[in-house]
Design a protein around this ligand. Structure first.
Ligand SMILES: Nc1ncnc2c1ncn2[C@@H]1O[C@H](COP(=O)(O)OP(=O)(O)O)[C@@H](O)[C@H]1O
Ligand SMILES: [Mg+2]
Length: 299
């Protein structure tokens, strides 16, 4: 059981039309979102999209210029909201002289519920370094301490900003497993990333933002259906041209095109005897996906 009598009927996150400007830059322009228990929401978008600013407002680290946030019905930044939250900052700087055990014990001391310390430590591979001073820890080790910090003490809501930056593949897997277990156990989680595969592995729902605006919002299944588009590229012999129907463009000695059905497209190129070489088929990069979303699909 998570939560208590006074908070049990409120959602972990309810945000209405929150906005933030920095001088002339609109970092977040009227974003609304909600997060329920046992749900993981991914905030996806290119660098500078406004993900960290949005998360900071949700967490209570920044005050929105407009709009409102409630965490389990409480204002963000309030003691009641903080007692329910686990957080990993995007750039974690910890005191060098502390050991992870000291830091984690101190930081979670005010959490009411029992701390399954050993499980979280083991999950993030921290057992060998748990009593070593953090001076001289690698970036990946610091990051793993920061992640353990978010999940320790079973908070009702976890915020993660670019959680796996600088982590090796093994630690990324550990993170994904811990995050999924936490959500299956009823926890609520929101994370930012510019990696589609990370969001796909952890989240049930996605809010995609670009330039401070929400550009897409939906379940993973919805998003997958829209991700059929592929980019293909290939070389052609000197003087040869791709067929007009492909609407290919030439850049960097290669021809590039986008298609919603790469299989059919390639069969046709083969049937027509197009002498392509060094073919590459790849999913669209995130900025291209955003660019392809038709305005009428935007909320
Ligand atoms: N403290 C700040 N002062 C001025 N501009 C900022 C500040 N923080 C963020 N920005 C700007 O707001 C926009 C969104 O930034 P951010 O929320 O960090 O995006 P993301 O996390 O998606 O990369 C960017 O244009 C960024 O330069
Ligand atoms: Mg960021």
């Amino acid at each position: 059981m998570r939560g208590n009598m006074s908070t049990s009927h409120h959602k972990p996150i309810e945000a209405l039309d929150i906005a933030k400007r920095f001088g002339a830059v609109t970092a977040v322009a009227g974003l609304s979102l909600h997060l329920g228990r046992g749900e993981a929401l991914g905030l996806l978008g290119p660098n500078g999209a406004g993900k960290s600013t949005a998360l900071a407002m949700l967490m209570g680290l920044r005050v929105p210029d407009a709009g409102a946030v409630r965490l389990f019905g409480h204002p963000p930044g309030s003691a009641a909201a903080r007692a329910m939250m686990g957080v990993t900052p995007q750039a974690a700087g910890f005191p060098d002289q502390l050991t992870p055990r000291e830091l984690l014990s101190y930081a979670t001391a005010r959490r009411a519920r029992a701390v399954p310390f050993d499980d979280v430590i083991a999950a993030f591979g921290l057992s060998p370094v748990i009593d070593r001073r953090m001076a001289g820890f690698s970036g990946g080790e610091v990051r793993r301490v920061a992640l353990a910090l978010a999940f320790l003490g079973r908070p009702g809501l976890v915020f993660l900003d670019e959680p796996t930056t600088g982590l090796d593949a093994e630690a990324q897997q550990a993170f994904r497993a811990t995050a999924r277990g936490y959500v299956q156990d009823g926890g609520a989680l929101i994370l930012t990333s510019h990696h589609w595969d990370e969001i796909e592995a952890v989240c049930d729902r996605i809010t995609m933002i670009d330039k401070g605006h929400k550009v897409m919002d939906g379940t993973l299944a919805d998003m997958r259906a829209r991700m059929q588009a592929r980019r293909i590229s290939f070389a052609l012999p000197e003087g040869a041209h791709p067929p007009d129907w492909l609407r290919a463009t030439h850049a960097g000695d290669r021809w590039h095109a986008e298609t919603d059905d790469s299989d059919a497209c390639l069969r046709r190129l083969v049937d027509e005897g197009t002498p392509f070489a060094d073919l590459i088929v790849e999913p669209l990069a995130l900025p291209d996906v955003i660019a392809r979303i038709k305005p009428e699909n935007r909320p």
